[in-house]
Design a protein around this ligand. Structure first.
Ligand code: ATP
Ligand code: MG
Length: 554
C-alpha cells in the first residue's frame, strides 16, 4: 500500500535521521527488553515493530535482551515463548542477551560507586526508606546510614553478597540528593537482598540489582544508541543519565513513547496472568487473549499484526486503539490469502429432485489469488444449506431461497424451490428443488441471472467439524478504568462452540498454517485441539468490515 511510503517520519525516526546526518552515529543499535515474567501481548508487538523496524530502515541492529533481574517471577518457559513470538512476528535479533549475563559487571559498577562515595549500604527498613523519601511537594530526609565510610560500605556490601543478611535487612542506595525535585533521585535503591533461585544464575546471587541499576547499564554494555521505552520511564531518565555519567560508561540515550492500549481487552502481563491462573481463559494462548500466542492460535498473520502496529504508529500521549483496526488489518490480509471453503453451520436438507448421481465440480481456491489453484467439490442431489437461507414468506428484495424463487448454488447450478416439507410443528424438514442443467458455473448457457448465491455441502461427503466463535473478552471498552475490578467486565459470551457443523471434504486436509475463508461465514484456522477424526476451527474474524463502516460515519 502506498500509505506507508507517504507517511511522515515519527519523532524517533526524526531523531535518528538527525543523529545519522550529523555524524553522531554511522549506525544505530536498539534493543527489545522484555521481562520474562509472562507472554508477549499486543502492546509488546508495538515495541517490537518499533525497535526492529528502525534497524530494518536504518543501518544497525537490534538485540533481544531479557530483563531478568527479578528472580521470583521469571521462568525459562517465558523466555522460550518470547523468542518464539518475536521470530513469528518476522524479526531477527542480532544478539540474545540477558541482564543476568551482566551481574558480575553490575556488581563491579556498584563497588565503583561506593568507592566514589556515591553509594551506601542502608540498614533502614522499607517503611523507613519510604518515609525518608518525602512526597512530591515535600523534600526527603537523609538516612542515618548515609554517611558511612567507604570502607564500611564496601565491607557491608561484600557481606550482603556473601549472604550474611536476611532478605530486606539492608539495601545499597545511590547517594544523590534527598531534597531532589525528582523523587526518583532521592537516593534510589540499587541493590536488594533476595535469597531466591534465579532461572539462569541459580543460587550464585542473593542480591539483585533494581531495574534502574540494570537497564541503563545493560544498554551501555551493549552500546545501545537509542534505548526506547514507554512514557512511565520519563522520570527515570534523569537517574539513567546520572548513572552513565558517574560510571563513565557508554552514553546510551533513553527515548520514550506512549503505551498502546487496545479497547475491550487488557494489555498488562499481570492482568493476563490473573485470567490464566483463575481459569477465565484456557491459557496464555487462548484465542481470546491479546497475547501474540493467542492471536497466532486465533489465526492472525504476522503481517496483519505488523500492519496494525505500523498504522497506529507511535505517539507521545497515552491513547486507546480500536480493536476494530486490528480486525480490519487481518481481514484485509486474509481476504488476499485465505483458501475459500464451504461450511454449513445450521443445516437444513435440500433435495434436487431432477438431478441423478454425483459429480465433482472444479472450483477456484481463491478468486483473489489465481496461484492458489483449484479444488474438487462433490455435488449430489442431497445437500445441506443454511436454515436461514430459506424463507417461506420472504419480504421484498429477499434474494435467497423461497418458494418459486431461484438462486445459484455456489460453483454449481441454478435451482428453483418447488416444495417445502415441514413437520407437525411447522419446522422445515426438507426443501425440494429442481435445477437448470445448462446453468453450471463456468459453462452457463441458461441465460438466467439470479441475485442470490448460496453455499452448500453435499450430505454424503459432509465432514462434521467443530467451530469456535469468539467475541470480545471484555464487554466494556476500558476494563481497567479502576471503577471496578476488571474481572467483573468479562464478557460471558466470549466463546460460542458449535460442536458439529458440516464442511466440504477438502477441509479434512487442513493444516494449522493454512488460512480459510468459510464462504459467507468468516475467516477460520485449524486449532491445535484437533485430532484426525475431530477437526476444530477457530474463527479469526467475521467477514464484515465493521471498523471501516463505523469510522466512515464519523
Ligand atoms: P506489562 O505491564 O504488561 O508487564 P511491561 O512494560 O512491564 O508490560 P516488559 O516486559 O517490561 O513489560 O516490556 C518490554 C518492552 O515492551 C518495554 O520496552 C515496554 O516499554 C514495552 N511495552 C510493554 N507494554 C507496552 C504497551 N502496552 N505499549 C507499548 N510498549 C509496551
Ligand atoms: Mg515490566
Amino acid at each position: 500500500m502506498a500509505m506507508s511510503e507517504e507517511k511522515s517520519l515519527n519523532f524517533i525516526e526524526e531523531i535518528i535521521e538527525n543523529d545519522l546526518q550529523s555524524g553522531k552515529y554511522d549506525s544505530i543499535v536498539t534493543r527489545f527488553p522484555p521481562e520474562p515474567n509472562g507472554y508477549l501481548h499486543l502492546g509488546h508487538a508495538s515495541s517490537i515493530c518499533l525497535n526492529f523496524g528502525l534497524t530494518q530502515k536504518y543501518p544497525g541492529y537490534t538485540n533481544l535482551r531479557f530483563d531478568d533481574t527479578n528472580p521470583a517471577t521469571e521462568e525459562t518457559a517465558y523466555v522460550e515463548s518470547i523468542k518464539e513470538d518475536v521470530s513469528w512476528l518476522g524479526f531477527t535479533w542480532k544478539n540474545e542477551r540477558y541482564a543476568s549475563d551482566y551481574f558480575d559487571q553490575l556488581y563491579a559498577f556498584a563497588v565503583q560507586l561506593i568507592q566514589k562515595g556515591l553509594a551506601y549500604v542502608d540498614d533502614s527498613t522499607p517503611e523507613e526508606i519510604a518515609l525518608q523519601k518525602g512526597t512530591p511537594t515535600t523534600p526527603g530526609t537523609d538516612s542515618p546510614y548515609r554517611n558511612r565510610s567507604i570502607e564500611e560500605n564496601l565491607d557491608l556490601f561484600t557481606r550482603m553478597r556473601n549472604g550474611e543478611f536476611p532478605d530486606g535487612a539492608r539495601t545499597l542506595r545511590a547517594r544523590i540528593d534527598m531534597q531532589h525535585v525528582n523523587m526518583l533521585m532521592r537516593d534510589p535503591i540499587l541493590y536488594r537482598i533476595k535469597h531466591a533461585h534465579h532461572h539462569r544464575t541459580g543460587d550464585t546471587w542473593c542480591i539483585y540489582p533494581m531495574y534502574d541499576f540494570a537497564h541503563g547499564q545493560s544498554d551501555a554494555i551493549e552500546q545501545i544508541t537509542h534505548s526506547i521505552c514507554t512514557m512511565e520511564f520519563v522520570p527515570h531518565r534523569e537517574l539513567y543519565d546520572w548513572l552513565i555519567k558517574q560510571l563513565e560508561i557508554y552514553a546510551s540515550r533513553q527515548y520514550e513513547f506512549a503505551r498502546r492500549n487496545i479497547n475491550y481487552t487488557v494489555t498488562s502481563k499481570r492482568k493476563l496472568l490473573q485470567l490464566v491462573t483463575e481459569k477465565k481463559v484456557t491459557g496464555w494462548d487462548d484465542p481470546r487473549m491479546p497475547t501474540i500466542s493467542g492471536l497466532r492460535r486465533r489465526g492472525y498473520t504476522p503481517h496483519s499484526i505488523r500492519e496494525f502496529c505500523d498504522r497506529i504508529g507511535i505517539a507521545k500521549r497515552d491513547n486507546m486503539v480500536d480493536v476494530g483496526l486490528l480486525e480490519f488489518c487481518v481481514r484485509e490480509h486474509l481476504n488476499q490469502m485465505a483458501l475459500r471453503r464451504m461450511v454449513v453451520f445450521d443445516p437444513v436438507k435440500l433435495v434436487i429432485t431432477d438431478y441423478q448421481g454425483e459429480e465433482w465440480l472444479n472450483t477456484e481456491n481463491n478468486p483473489e489469488d489465481p496461484a492458489a489453484g483449484s479444488r474438487q467439490i462433490p455435488f449430489s442431489n442431497t445437500l445441506y444449506i443454511e436454515r436461514d437461507d430459506f424463507m417461506e414468506q420472504p419480504p421484498k428484495k429477499y434474494f435467497r431461497l423461497a418458494p418459486g424463487q431461484m438462486v445459484r448454488l455456489k460453483s454449481a447450478y441454478i435451482i428453483r424451490c418447488d416444495e417445502v416439507i415441514k413437520d407437525e410443528q411447522g419446522v422445515v424438514q426438507e426443501i425440494r428443488c429442481s435445477h437448470l442443467p445448462n446453468s453450471k458455473s463456468g459453462s452457463d448457457t441458461s441465460g438466467v441471472t439470479v441475485k442470490g448465491t448460496l453455499h452448500w455441502v453435499s450430505v454424503k461427503q459432509a465432514l462434521s467439524v467443530e467451530v469456535r466463535l469468539y467475541d470480545r473478552l471484555f464487554s466494556v471498552e476500558d476494563p481497567t478504568d479502576e471503577s471496578a475490578d476488571f474481572m467483573q467486565y468479562l464478557n460471558p459470551q466470549s466463546l460460542t462452540v458449535l460442536p458439529a457443523v458440516y464442511a466440504e471434504p477438502a477441509l479434512s486436509e487442513a493444516t494449522e498454517s493454512e488460512r480459510f475463508q468459510f464462504i459467507r461465514k468468516g475467516y477460520f484456522v485449524l486449532d491445535r485441539d484437533s485430532s484426525p477424526g475431530r477437526l476444530v476451527f477457530n474463527r479469526t474474524v467475521g467477514l464484515k468490515d465493521t471498523w471501516a463502516s463505523a469510522t466512515s460515519k464519523k
